[in-house]
Design a protein around this ligand. Structure first.
Ligand SMILES: *Cc1c(COP(=O)(O)O)cnc(C)c1O
Length: 467
């Protein structure tokens, strides 16, 4: 038996040089360039040395090294941001990219991204134009607002409204509405950064009109109401309505601002969905300004919309912060196309993916689950039970927190071993070309099919999978 130290040294000495590997990979050099192949070769050699020194079983022959180099090179050229199957049952999932865009909007984005455009150029006069003319009228059309403006997201919209209208002044907000959204957006912190003073009124569960009235003084800039979009206070509760706050704010000659969060543009009840205040409804109830997200219920690109009184919108547009928060041409192009879909409410639930997912019937989802069941059972073999179960989906992104939509899932449970036995499978399904992301509930992995469009892609991926 050879001395292990001598054997290690021999293996290390036998490793080829970077130059030699490069010469042996002419095709890769042609495709990726010598520099990238050199880097990949150095990485592969380092891995090989480490494995030899730590007695790890890794093949270090030139053929194995070459294979690892090409693997590194292909992995590096694949996009890190890629499609996944959202089988979580949450339609607007912030971690999975929120709203899925309609193809018509994506085509408009490609057009403006790959060519020059009249982004800020008025073709009628030949003079400088305003980039927001491409969406402002559309927003007004579907909200009933006099004027509108757009920024990067709703957090930016709230920040900009407060900074413009309430800098160095006070803003009373109900204690029941001091919400945190997604861990990084908290109303009190945004207020602080906007340089205004939050005046908490009422209590967590009950706030009365007189609480607001008592909080108003000459330092008060505006009244603000926040849609408690991701939780609900239930039981002995009282909140002041939009109409009451509008009346009170006019009495004192200050604006009333409502942060809607999701801000739907269509009546959800008419679509057979749980009620959600629409943008138009809120403005009709007397809000002077509303703010809402573009990529929640609206179903468009990430953005924040501000709509309402023209004199207030004009002031907001002049705030220097506006320039830092402005939308890019691609988002504007996508938003315009998404908004145009609202002109035909009858086809909206087919053309806009978010509304199509939300309105999908349980019967339709169940049929799909039954079609996929045999393929999934066959792939997973006899270590797992696969069944079709009725479950509930959620709207997500803080919309309609307590309402659920009847749905159907494929449920995978290990024949023995409980949650622990499920974990390797969850990891394996996440490592697929198109990762399958579900949720674990009571010892079973659930795949809610509400948002599954590419059934054939999922099925062929499963058929190729060897477990
Ligand atoms: C989601 C939400 C926000 C933040 O919106 P983003 O578009 O994610 O920045 C702010 N306020 C409320 C009430 C929300 O629901």
């Amino acid at each position: 038996m050879q001395d292990p130290e001598l054997r290690k040294n021999q293996l290390l000495r036998e490793l080829p040089s970077v130059d030699k590997l490069l010469l042996a990979l002419p095709d890769s050099v042609a495709e990726y360039g010598a520099q990238a192949v050199t880097q990949a070769a150095r990485r592969a050699l380092q891995q090989a040395r480490d494995s030899i020194l730590h007695d790890e079983p890794l093949e270090t022959t030139p053929a194995a090294l070459k294979q690892r180099i090409t693997c590194h090179l292909t992995a590096e050229t694949l996009p890190s941001l890629k499609p996944v199957f959202n089988l979580t049952g949450t339609v607007l999932h912030t971690n999975l990219g929120r709203a899925v865009m309609p193809l018509s909007a994506v085509e408009a984005i490609v057009t403006v991204a790959t060519q020059y455009s009249n982004l800020e150029f008025d073709l009628a006069s030949g003079k400088r134009g305003d980039r927001e003319t491409h969406v402002e009228q559309l927003i007004c059309e579907f909200t009933g607002a006099e004027a509108a403006t757009v920024v990067n997201n709703n957090a930016a919209a709230v920040l900009l409204v407060l900074n413009t209208l309430a800098m160095n002044k006070e803003v009373p907000v109900s204690r029941g509405e001091l919400v945190e959204i997604g861990g990084s957006f908290r109303i009190p912190e945004v207020m602080q950064r906007a340089n205004c003073t939050l005046v908490e009124v009422g209590s967590t569960n009950r706030t009365h009109l007189k609480d607001y009235r008592e909080a108003i003084n000459e330092q008060t800039a505006l009244l603000m109401k926040v849609h408690t979009s991701n939780y609900r206070v239930e039981g002995f509760t009282k909140e002041v309505t939009e109409a009451e706050l509008s009346q009170l704010s006019s009495e004192f000659g200050i604006p009333f601002v409502m942060d809607l969060g999701s801000g739907s543009l269509v009546d959800f009840v008419k679509l057979g969905l749980p009620a959600e205040p629409t943008a138009a409804w809120t403005l009709e109830r007397g809000a002077d300004l509303i703010t809402f997200s573009g990529d929640k219920l609206l179903g468009g690109p990430q953005s924040g919309l501000i709509a309402g009184r023209k004199d207030l919108i004009d002031r907001i547009k002049k705030n220097p912060l506006k320039r830092a928060l402005r939308l890019d041409k691609m988002t504007l192009a996508g938003m315009a196309e998404v908004l145009k879909l609202y002109r035909d409410p009858a086809s909206l639930t087919q053309k806009l993916p978010t509304l199509r997912y939300l309105t999908r019937s349980q019967a339709d989802i169940r049929d799909q689950a039954r079609r996929i069941l045999p393929v999934l059972s066959q792939t997973l073999g006899d270590k797992y039970h696969v069944t079709v179960v009725d479950t509930t989906s959620q709207v997500g992104s803080g919309s309609l927190p307590t309402e659920t939509l009847p749905s159907t899932s494929l449920s995978i449970s290990p024949v023995s071993g409980g949650d622990e036995a499920l974990k390797p499978l969850v990891v394996q399904l996440r490592e697929l070309d198109r990762p399958m992301i579900g949720r674990i509930h009571r010892g079973a992995l659930l795949f809610d099919l509400r948002c599954l469009d590419d059934e054939d892609v999922l099925v062929s991926q499963l058929q190729l999978l060897a477990l």
